[in-house]
Design a protein around this ligand. Structure first.
Ligand code: ATP
Ligand code: MG
Ligand code: FE
Length: 343
């Protein structure tokens, strides 16, 4: 099917168009620069930016794909989770386009879409698969029995999300927002000199919190370490701190993801969400998957962070699976649970 996807859950206005598993267009307008000086996304600013960017982004995507709205088989839109006002802009636009063009509409889960986007890179996802979802607001291990509706949570962060940890540590190192990309770059020039803690990996935690994560203790450990250096009047080796912090995050994430595959006898691991763009998580996951004969699937970095193509990819999968579309009363849900693939 030819499916158009609309994404507005945070600060990226994305419109993507796919045919089956083939990516035809992926247009993004980001308001990230407007938020950078606040050190985080300002909801009201994001909503207004989506409103202004929606129509031109839609037009660019249609042009890039060389199709018109009347050609598409369905429109998919992020219904949640995300910023309430931001979601409303995308859902309202999707309803207007669906009504005007007489197309079915699918309200989809942003987190499931972060997983589904990999089908544009590597084709249909073998089911069951283990999914490691690591983004700015979420960090979860999921068993995906059916991408169209059978998602079982195995564990999640008990405090900060992995991307949030990157953003907070970047801030205390004086690196710009969002912090993932600059930490990734700094880490390449650094050495693994500091043994930062690995959250929830003590023997007892591996029983009670087998597939859960915790990053707030790590963030505090980095803050303490940097403060001690500054108090001693010594320079902070930013590259080494970045590398050592990044290693602590990627070590735990990949170890638990591979453990989940082995415990569940599942041979496919897919990693999605903005943190999946990180170069170290990609290399370490590959190394560990190779060791146990697990097939690793990670989409190219540009598809890991928020975009419209991921929404179109999940919509395309739902249409092909014969899922029922929503209607013009389709709700948005800022707290949509990861287990709800459609609204
Ligand atoms: P959610 O998907 O949970 O709603 P979000 O949509 O805001 O959150 P994404 O766009 O999926 O988040 O991911 C953004 C996060 O990814 C940010 O925290 C950012 O720092 C992080 N990130 C992006 N690139 C990298 C990278 N190369 N290394 C580490 N983290 C990265
Ligand atoms: Mg963003
Ligand atoms: Fe996201």
């Amino acid at each position: 099917p030819l499916v158009l996807g609309i994404e507005t859950s945070c600060d990226e206005t994305g419109v993507g168009i796919v045919r089956g598993h083939t990516l035809l267009a992926d247009e993004i307008a980001s308001s990230v620069d407007e938020h950078a000086r606040f050190g985080g996304v300002v909801p009201e600013v994001a909503s207004r930016a989506h409103f202004e960017a929606m129509v031109p982004t839609m037009q660019r995507a249609l042009d890039q794909a060389g199709v018109t709205l009347s050609d598409v088989d369905a429109i998919a839109v992020t219904a949640g989770p995300g910023l309430a006002g931001a979601l409303l802009v995308g859902v309202a636009a999707a309803k207007a386009y669906a009504l005007a063009a007489g197309k079915p509409i699918y309200g989809v889960n942003h987190l499931a879409a972060h997983v589904a986007v990999d089908t544009l890179e590597h084709g249909a996802l073998p089911e069951p698969a283990i999914a490691l979802l690591v983004s700015g607001g979420h960090s979860s291990l999921l068993r995906v029995d059916d991408l169209a509706g059978g998602v079982v949570p195995l564990g999640a962060t008990i405090d900060d999300a992995a991307g949030e940890a990157f953003d907070k540590v970047a801030r205390l190192l004086g690196l710009p927002f969002p912090g993932g990309p600059p930490i990734d770059r700094a880490a390449r020039e650094g050495q693994l000199t500091i043994p930062f803690p690995r959250g929830l990996t003590a023997p007892r935690d591996l029983v009670e919190h087998r597939f859960d994560f915790s990053f707030s203790g790590l963030k505090t450990a980095v803050a303490r370490w940097v403060e001690a250096r500054q108090r001693a009047g010594e320079p902070v080796p930013v590259n080494d701190v970045a590398a050592s912090f990044q290693e602590a995050v990627c070590d735990v994430l990949t170890a638990k993801a591979v453990d989940a595959c082995r415990e569940h006898g599942i041979e496919t691991l897919v990693i999605g969400g903005g943190v999946a763009a990180n170069s170290r998580i990609r290399s370490l996951a590959q190394e560990r998957c190779d060791k146990y004969g697990i097939t690793l699937r990670v989409p190219r970095p540009k598809l890991c962070t928020d975009n419209g193509a991921m929404v179109a990819a999940l919509g395309s999968h739902l249409v092909a699976a014969g899922a029922a579309p929503g209607d013009l009363g389709l709700p948005s849900d800022s707290a949509m649970p990861v287990t709800a693939v459609t609204a």
